[in-house]
Write a new protein. Sequence first.
Lengths: 474, 133, 378
Amino acid sequence: MSERAEIVIVGAGPAGIRAAQTLVAAGLRPIVLDENVRWGGQIYRQPPAGAGFTRTKQALYGFEAAKADAVHTTMAALLPQVDYRPETLVWACDPKHLHTMHGGRETPVAFSHLIIASGATDRVLPLPGWTLPGVYTLGGAQVALKSQGCAIGERVVFAGTGPLLYLVAYQYAKAGANVVAVLDTSAFAAQAKATPRLLNQPATFAKGVYYVGWLRSRGVRIEHGVTLEGIEGTAGVRAIRWQRGGREHSLECSAVGLGFGLRPETQLADLAGCRFVFDDLNRCWLPERDAAGRSSQAGIYLAGDGAGIAGADAAELAGRRAALALLEDLGIAAPVVPDAPDAPAIERKLASNRRFREGIEQAFALPENPAARWPDEMLVCRCEEVDARTLRECVRHDGVTEINRLKALTRVGMGRCQGRMCGEAACHLLAEASGQTFAQVGRLRAQAPIKPIPIAPMLFDENVAAIPEEARDE
Amino acid sequence: MSSSSHSSHDSQPLRAPGQSHPQLTRLAETSRSPVTFYLDGEAVQALAGDTLLTAILTHQRHVRISEFSGTPRAGFCLIGACQDCWVRCESMPAVGGDAQLTRLRACSTTVQAGMRVVTRAADANEVHGGANV
Amino acid sequence: MSETLHYDVVVAGGGLVGASAARALAERGLRVALFERRYCGAQASGVNYGGVRCQGRPEEQLPLAMRARKIWDRLPELIGIDGEFVRSGHLRLARRESDLEPLDAWSAMASGYGLATTVYRGAEFRQRFPWLGDGAVGGSLCLSDGHANPRLVSPAFARAARALGADVHERTPITAMAHDGVRFQLTAQPDEGATLQVSCDWLLNTSGAWANHIAGTFGERVPMHAIYPNMWVTEPLPRFIGHNLGVYGGGVYARQVERGNCVIGGGRGTGDGEYAQPSADTTRAVMREACALLPALRNALLIRTWSGVEGETPDNNPIIGMSRTTPRLVHAFGFSGGGFLLAPGVGDVLADLVTQGETATPIDAFAVDRFAQVSAEV
């Protein structure tokens, strides 16, 4: 394995692909590490290749088909000029190496520069019953359909808030799934008020209006301003309960798609030593970056939803912009890529996009103080099965004010998901129970491995140095 | 470590033979080639290109049993983030010896013909080399 | 407000040693303040392996270890929780035949201190521990040893100290200290709030890997350097490891907690004296050794790695005892990775020194000035 330090891009979604394209155009050959089996990321996720999937891009991506196709085609054309490594997980990072795992083997990848385009997952707020079989994130529900041709259940309710709520419901209904309701926790009035900001991207806004209109015209029940109460069932989802306008409602269903927007995956940036700052728009901690995507660490760049939720179009722009910054830092002239905007144009578009995102956050705001409603028996941490009562008692009894301390004392975030699904909720609960703001409770620090990895592959390397005598404690 | 997975649940079985209650429903892409694999010892069919999660959940409503509460889980995020869909898979080692249980993340693993997947709760006797202490 | 707060004792450093000393002193009726610059029990006390073992220690540590071990049996009474302490027994493995004789010798030595251990080998060893792989040929079992959860135990001692009347100040580093000929004068600066002026008759230096700040201030630095233990943990697994495991010669230690996770450590991470990171290379090396002993680990998932900062001395023994330069200054630090079991006992010993001027537990081997050659450096 060559130990020469390379330029490495982590992530092959829209941001990673545009970054790769830009670097290749400048004559470089980056390594592109992709945890997935095929490039495209999440929003432009492709079904498996060579297995007889036949749906067209139109069917898969709807209005985004052209963009998805452009991103896919770009990467396909780049393959001979990059070192593309799919099904490769980056599990740890030290100052000079990424530790990667692929096909049951480990490979260290020496890097000189790193573009982190690690993407996002759904932002999840729990409710009673959320661990039942049949409850999936909105993104998960979308992947089931897009990538596997499946609906998450026979009778599906979509719940939460955010533009994805309506997009996935629309995609499901269009594909023939039985969508029995869309339950939006945001008030319709909030969405109306956000319209001026949303009109920063008129095409996107129009699509949103279209999805809602389409669903209504098919008789799909849509409710706004709901308060989700719980999901019922034992072997799996049986019904969902909510409250609106002071009245209780429930609906039988066999699956719930649940989500409240997106949250960035920042573990690699954290392990790479990037400084973090609380972002009021995203309402979460983000790795610090300048307008070009440079992080606080020399040689490390950030692009796409993994550095702050901005959507697929912004991710493409940010990927290119970060690559341009990297080239500038190497003293290499910006390449000519047909139809590609230059750095100032990208930064203008990203700034405009941020105003649109403000509209999204206004239209689809998270419920205020969500933790106040959570019953004591509700599980906050699904991996470790830590309930709200345990967290509240710890705060009360031990005077905890900081989230890593809460993790150490209650095990919240210590399970396999490493806080991805519960971290936000735990912070809301800690803030509420300790009388602090969400930002004041801090952020869960990332710990390697970035995701759980099997031990067997780590035993293969014959070159592992034995533990030296002086380091052998009993 | 964990109690029987069936003891505390209501009448709806997790997967009764001959009467499956799948979680996922297929809407499209149903012309793919069938793939036979083993689910808790029973031969069942999936379609080529199914993830292990899809393959399992088109037959039953769980992919694993929580080691703490004995309650069923069926994954959550489908993109390899929530880590709630890890299943055990019997693999035959290269040279003789007992079958070893390996760990697979069902949503990001493609089902292969002949795979032997275990979704019931683990117990110490299944841990290779482990007598229950 | 700049009035001086006066205490009988100030404990500098809120790890398990400091917290247990504060608890013991408060219990004996003294006015105690503990100052911890971050959170109690979050440094070495919180990141260590969690072994509660007398077995394998050098002879000079045994009286202190035996005294400490008795305190572990009283955790619920003293700190309100059991800290997940389990009397699992400690099995110290022999990886080769030549390791058995030292195990026999240690066993004979320890029995003189009232500690019972049994060395197994050959067919009897195999029969008793069928879940162990080929990596061991025998082992010494100490049934009274066990393990506990350091993240819970250490903060709980601090809470118990507070409940008994000690003033426990977290996020409050001591920024200046001096002795005025009669007592100590200290300045402490909370992260939030006004500066505190503090005076005290006794000062306990329990600041772990950073104890040379205080020791150096009073002219008695010791040759201690920071070490970074390398720790990792698996997902929960069905229970298959019956005892807290170690090996003669060190390098790997493994325990399985009630919930099923296997906590394994060995070797070193990396760090800068303030913060530490685990090392992927070390983790791999320890995994090889652990899987040789416990083949079932091969099929498990690694879910977390961590490290922390501990203070190690040249002879791997702690510093415990009176200062040689300054009256009523007591040192207790440098536990070299083996402090978890000892710390509650050390707290009692420190309380003895403060209240009686002496302690029945032999601590001469831990004298602060035993490394005479360093006294010239400050």
